[in-house]
Design a protein around this ligand. Structure first.
Ligand SMILES: Nc1ncnc2c1ncn2[C@@H]1O[C@H](COP(=O)(O)OP(=O)(O)OP(=O)(O)O)[C@@H](O)[C@H]1O
Ligand SMILES: [Mg+2]
Length: 438
């Protein structure tokens, strides 16, 4: 992967980050750069400065590479060689577009193998004041919970600190106390699935800076801090999976992954209209809508066949009659998940939608009707760049991976600190870098 004009990210640019989102339908490599303040003539989102207000930094998305997924099913690598090819293709496209040699990336992971457990840690504080070291030690203690050999820890998220019996503390640093306790949520994944993602990246020539559970990455891009504090559900409807992640009091408090996504809609169209998958996909993207009430009466769509057969005209309502029940079923499943876990009343900031499948007309309205909550489509904040990337909810996870790495870098080195992060960060290192951000 060498082009004459390529800049070497790892040595010359200290502030460029790449995120790799290995989705069920598409592999995306997003490349971003951090800078202070707003660039002239940029098309930053109105609240672009908000997300990184504390550092004054803005993440500029320079470009992205996309390749259709191969060897990946519902977030899990099922064929290494094919997955490697897809990753390589996406990396090369991003390199061609940005002129940057991508050697390292933060990788998102999802799939029904992801689970969580809760744990607690306790330590005696040596100095009079609680410092970063104590926080690291108490989290290390909480982390030392027995996990089965076939599971790996992805994140340790502190939900609460307790100092000398006083609970409800979010950041104990600087406080006086002799006993520090931490309650944490530990997110784990199947060791084999994680290893297969790492292996695929390695074979594609990519060093993995960190592995991040995708909703945590997407949240970094599209959720505002006050939404996370008040209670919000981030629902990413991708091709193969729907990830529901609930944030409360600033951190991820619940998640579930449904094995349903945009591909199910396309399958229904393929069967219902007797079309090959590709043509059904095209019809869905071009004319798809989830609500018959939104369609203009007698509206027709022209179906063109890729094999040059004669095109035919079909009433658009035929397509919507297929898509609507699938959307109702999907949002019904989401509603059941939210209500059965008693989460509905906690979602004071409503629902934020992400993922490529929410681009279909009517998805947001149907979500609002069925979930009985305010709904908005997640557009990254604190991010600047091409509209077709930052305005596309399918890029939320990829952009979030860049933002997460950029924010961790700023927290560690400041805005102008150099050094692209190399290799796999020790999980503990990654954890402490982001301890108060999750
Ligand atoms: N304009 C559109 N209208 C309707 N559906 C769309 C549109 N654009 C993309 N999609 C659908 O979005 C889905 C892909 O979304 P996304 O890229 O977020 O998924 P992914 O990340 O590959 O999958 P997953 O997150 O499930 O692993 C596909 O099912 C695709 O058909
Ligand atoms: Mg996805």
């Amino acid at each position: 992967m060498h082009f004459g004009f390529i800049k070497d990210v790892s040595s010359k640019h200290g502030r460029i980050f790449a995120g790799l989102d290995i989705g069920s339908t598409g592999v995306r490599v997003v490349v971003g750069e951090i800078y202070a303040g707003r660039k002239n003539g940029s098309s930053a989102a109105p609240d672009a400065k908000e997300a990184n207000a504390s550092s004054g930094a803005i993440v500029q998305i320079i470009g992205a590479g996309y390749a259709p997924s191969r060897g990946i099913k519902k977030g899990v690598v099922i064929n290494i060689e094919q997955a490697v090819d897809a990753i390589r293709e996406a990396v090369e496209k991003a390199e061609e577009l940005t002129g940057i040699d991508i050697k390292t990336a933060t990788v998102g992971i999802t799939g029904s193998h992801i689970g969580y457990i809760t744990s607690e840690g306790i330590i005696a504080v040596k100095e009079k004041e609680i410092g970063q070291k104590d926080v690291e030690m108490v989290l290390e203690a909480a982390r030392a919970v027995a996990t089965p050999f076939d599971r790996e820890i992805l994140h340790v998220i502190p939900t609460e600190f307790i100092v000398n019996g006083q609970d409800g503390i979010t950041d104990p640093r600087g406080m006086a106390g002799v006993r520090l306790e931490a309650k944490v949520q530990i997110i784990t994944g199947s060791a084999a699935s994680i290893q297969n993602v790492l292996k695929s990246c390695e074979k594609a020539g990519l060093e993995v800076a960190d592995i991040v559970f995708q909703p945590i990455a997407s949240a970094e891009a599209v959720l505002k801090q006050d939404e996370k504090e008040l209670g919000v559900a981030l629902i990413d409807i991708g091709g193969g999976t729907t990830d529901i992640a609930v944030f409360q009091e600033g951190h991820l408090s619940h998640f579930s992954i449904l094995a349903v996504g945009g591909s199910n809609f396309t399958n229904d169209v393929a069967i219902g209209l007797r079309l090959p998958f590709q043509e059904a996909e095209q019809a869905k993207r071009e004319f798809g809508c989830t609500m018959l009430s939104m369609a203009t009466p007698r509206e027709e769509m022209e179906m063109k066949y890729s094999d040059a057969r004669q095109s035919r005209k079909i009433p658009r309502t035929h397509l919507i009659e297929i898509l609507q029940p699938r959307a109702e079923e999907l949002f019904g499943l989401i509603r059941d998940e939210i209500t059965s876990k008693g989460l509905h009343k906690l979602l004071n900031s409503g629902v934020v939608l992400a993922g490529g499948a929410v681009l279909m007309e009517g998805m947001d309205v149907m979500a609002e009707n069925i979930l009985d909550l305010p709904v908005r489509t997640g557009i990254p904040a604190g991010v600047d760049g091409e509209r077709d990337i930052i305005g596309n909810p399918g890029y939320a996870a990829g952009i979030g991976l860049v933002c997460r790495e950029a924010n961790a870098h700023i927290a560690e080195h400041g805005l102008n600190g150099g050094g692209f992060i190399h290799g796999i960060k020790s999980k503990i290192g990654g954890l402490f870098g982001g301890v108060f951000k999750n």
